[in-house]
Design a protein around this ligand. Structure first.
Ligand code: NAD
Ligand code: MG
Length: 325
């Protein structure tokens, strides 16, 4: 990568830590380079692996592209302040890196057990931009934590313009009879109840021009039989997005969602999928491969930036070509 990648706020990308296992290291292009999407990334052939929940990007094999080398900012979020939940890893990490490269300061929420991943994102941003990164660990299953998270973000950032409700819990269970009440309620708490609580607490900070972006999933429309609880929350997120979008539009606050397809993140190897399915992960899409977190980030940047001013209540599908309703 050359040095001109990351706008006026950027430092040379040669200062970004090299990791020999990074999927991204095989690439010498950025998101604005025209490429064949079929071959943009090599096929993932994951070795057998098993991580406890929450999984870590630090342990994921092969490593994903979170834009650490490949995302080039073009000044689309200059001066904006963003809170990203699940900002330590996977899609949230790619969003945080992209937002900072676009000129935003970011606050990241994640579970305390994910500190290593959060520190990695912080160091990538600090080494490649002049933006500030603030870490706010805490459990979104905890009502009181959700209610004070936006205040903590504003305390760190000074204000809040962009809220990305991205955290998610996904545990594969084959049979409804084996779905424990604890898993059922925690999945709903983290994926959708927390989204209500955090968004409600954030509203007093959001001014006209603000943007709320919720991570939903292709599971909202095409539920897998082993993800009943998770897929149900994702359908709820789409619905919440369309309803709240209408409620907040007159205030100049836009609400949208991004619906990823199969993306190579730690969620999938920490019991998000049956282990035996991982070698085939993403190969059923029309593109024939799983997506990388860096391929999601531009969708979030678009919905966060002023250029999507007339886009409200929309779910942007980023799924490798699978048709959705
Ligand atoms: P990920 O594991 O990297 O990110 C999920 C994050 O959720 C974790 O990093 C963690 O910080 C956060 N989280 C989980 N439980 C939490 C809790 N109790 N308190 C606070 N934070 C908690 O995986 P990802 O795939 O990048 O997931 C990001 C979002 O994308 C999720 O909402 C997920 O449902 C959605 N998504 C992912 C895929 C995919 O294939 N990876 C597909 C569709 C949707
Ligand atoms: Mg994580």
């Amino acid at each position: 990568m050359n040095d001109a990648k990351n706008t006026g706020t950027a430092k040379p990308s040669s200062e970004v830590s090299a990791d020999p296992k990074d999927h991204a290291d095989q690439e010498s292009t950025d998101q604005l380079t025209v490429q064949n999407p079929v071959t943009r990334y090599p096929e993932i052939t994951p070795p057998e692996q098993d991580q406890p929940e929450p999984g870590l990007d630090a342990e994921l094999e092969p490593r994903s592209d979170r834009g650490q080398k490949s995302y080039r900012g073009t000044g689309r979020l200059e001066g904006r302040k963003a809170l990203v939940t699940g900002g330590d890893s996977g899609i949230g990490a790619a969003v945080a890196i992209a937002f900072a490269r676009e000129g935003a300061d970011v606050a990241l929420n994640y579970l305390p057990a994910e500190e290593e991943d959060a520190q990695w994102v912080k160091s990538v941003i600090e080494e490649s931009t002049e933006q500030s990164v603030h870490l706010i660990p805490g459990d979104l299953a905890d009502r009181a934590f959700c209610e004070q998270l936006p205040d903590a973000a504003v305390k760190a950032l000074g204000s809040l313009d962009i809220l990305v409700n991205n955290a998610g819990k996904q545990i594969s269970i084959d049979s409804l009879e084996d779905l424990t009440d604890e898993q059922l309620t925690t999945t709903f708490d983290v994926n959708i109840i927390a989204m209500f609580r955090i968004t409600k607490a954030a509203l007093k900070h959001l001014k006209p021009g603000a943007s709320i972006i919720n991570s939903t999933s292709i599971q909202a429309y095409n539920p897998s039989p082993n993800l009943l609880d998770y897929a149900s929350t994702k359908a709820a997120i789409n619905n919440f997005t369309k309803g709240l979008g209408q409620q907040l539009a007159p205030k100049g606050i836009r609400v949208n969602a991004v619906a990823p397809g199969p993306i190579w993140t730690p969620l999938q190897v920490s019991d998000g999928q049956p282990k035996e399915d991982l070698p085939e992960f993403g190969k059923q899409t029309p593109l024939g491969r799983a997506g990388q977190p860096a391929e999601l980030a531009p969708a979030y940047v678009f919905l966060a930036s002023a250029e999507s001013s007339y886009v409200i209540g929309e779910t942007l599908n980023v799924n490798g070509g699978t048709p959705t309703p």
